[in-house]
Design a binder for this molecule. Structure first.
Ligand code: SF4
Ligand code: SF4
Length: 414
């Protein structure tokens, strides 16, 4: 369990949890989560009594800075407990757990009669670019709308607050007819109150391209401490926030760096919770970030992540962790999904996509998501090509052990 932070401890936390839930963080009228719900956010947050809340850009939605990335969770009790503690923004996707993730969110919120007290964000994939070219704009739009209707049915609601176009890595997709018309129709019909996109690869370029379009209200981006020197990304996020786009952080805790196999960070970090809180705080201390969606899967992780919403000061342990040279070394081996290894396979394999699929399996133990990531790779560029390859010559532009990761992926399917 995390040790005391300045001005905040576990007893305060438990007392506050009850208080937040009982008082109704979102106010009696439910959404929008506006200032009246937290009359003096700075004062309350300083005293550790209320979670820090921020407004999600032009959406006007005010949410606690710690939200729930539901993706890897399959326990309804964890979603329920998160709501009871005060979390009010739940992030899921059409594709997670083949729809069961959305179903879980929908049924828990129904059971809690909490639909009007929360922000639901879901993501719909636009389809593979090469398929979209064959389909034509009208079919692309129909397919997207049909998927979104499935999402609404699973979530047992007639709208979501945030709809993301899922997994944008090519800025051209932000202007793609079919997708643009679909999200505009959904927004007009108030089925999606706000629209945005998620990005895990080539984030800086995608975010920069989105700002002048003035089409997207929210952007969900990977960002974590391993990217502290990625000025292109951090500047793009700052520009987006300044333009009124709500910036949501994901993949904040770069779990891959703290595994025993990395060997870089000290063993004291492998099991403890210091890194969880320190890394989440690092992301939330970025001025551009409105909220983060840590993908916790256990009650213990929830009890580590949620207190971060009350106090972003680093504890002495957390500050030591962030300054530790071993930690910095471990971070150098974290994949940023920069795409720099694309083209380094002589057989044309989509190496960044494989490394990402490996991350789902190794970091989150989420094998269905790994499978989904693999299935999204166009034929002739995926793992089957690697099966007949004796020695991997694909390389990372940083320090990620690409060959080892691909060997592990191959072993899963051997
Ligand atoms: S493995 Fe390296 S080059 Fe490839 S996407 Fe990750 S960080 Fe970039
Ligand atoms: S294992 Fe061989 S085919 Fe696969 S990415 Fe590496 S070099 Fe390419």
């Amino acid at each position: 369990m995390q040790k005391k932070n300045k001005g905040y401890n576990r007893r305060d936390f438990l007392a506050t949890v009850g208080g937040v839930a009982a008082a109704g963080l979102l106010g009696k009228a439910g959404l929008p989560l506006n200032a009246q719900d937290n009359p003096d956010p700075k004062k309350d947050a300083k005293e550790g009594k209320q979670p820090i809340t921020r407004v999600l850009g032009r959406t006007g939605l005010r949410v606690p800075i710690v939200s729930m990335g539901v993706m890897n969770a399959d326990n309804p009790a964890l979603v329920r407990r998160s709501f009871e503690m005060g979390i009010r923004h739940f992030d899921t996707a059409w594709g997670y757990q083949k729809g069961r993730n959305e179903e879980m969110v929908g049924s828990v919120l129904k059971e809690l009669k909490a639909r009007d007290q929360v922000v639901i964000a879901t993501k719909v994939p636009p389809g593979r670019p090469e398929m979209m070219d064959q389909m034509g704009d009208r079919l692309v739009e129909e397919e997207f709308l049909a998927r979104f209707d499935q999402s609404l049915a699973r979530l047992q609601t007639d709208h979501v607050e945030i709809l993301y176009v899922h997994n944008i890595s090519d800025p051209r997709m932000l202007k793609r007819p079919g997708i643009v018309s679909a999200v505009e129709k959904l927004k007009k019909a108030k089925k999606a109150h706000f629209v945005g996109f998620s990005t895990h690869t080539n984030m800086a370029e995608c975010i920069e391209a989105a700002v002048p379009l003035d089409r997207f209200d929210v952007i969900l981006t990977s960002v974590n401490y391993s990217m502290a020197d990625d000025t292109a990304l951090l500047d793009a996020m700052a520009r987006a926030a300044k333009a009124g786009i709500g910036v949501v952080a994901m993949k904040t805790q770069c779990k891959q760096a703290w595994s025993k196999e990395s060997g870089a960070a000290g063993p004291e970090y492998h099991e403890g919770s210091v890194w969880h809180a320190a890394l989440l705080k690092w992301a939330l201390r970025l001025e551009s970030v409105a909220t983060a969606i840590p993908g916790y899967t256990t009650f213990q992780q929830l009890e580590t992540d949620w207190p971060v919403a009350f106090n972003l000061d680093y504890s002495a342990e957390e500050a030591k962790f962030l300054a530790d040279p071993g930690v910095k070394l471990a971070l150098a081996g974290v994949c940023r999904q920069c795409g720099g290894c694309a083209g380094t396979c002589p057989q044309g394999v989509d190496v960044p996509a494989l490394v990402r699929a490996h991350m789902y399996a190794a970091d989150y133990g989420n094998f269905p998501e790994m499978r989904r990531a693999l299935d999204e790779i166009p034929a002739g560029h995926g793992l089957p090509i690697c099966a007949g390859c004796r020695e991997c010559t694909a390389v990372c532009v940083r320090h990620v052990q690409v060959a080892r990761r691909l060997e592990e992926l191959k072993a899963i399917f051997a």
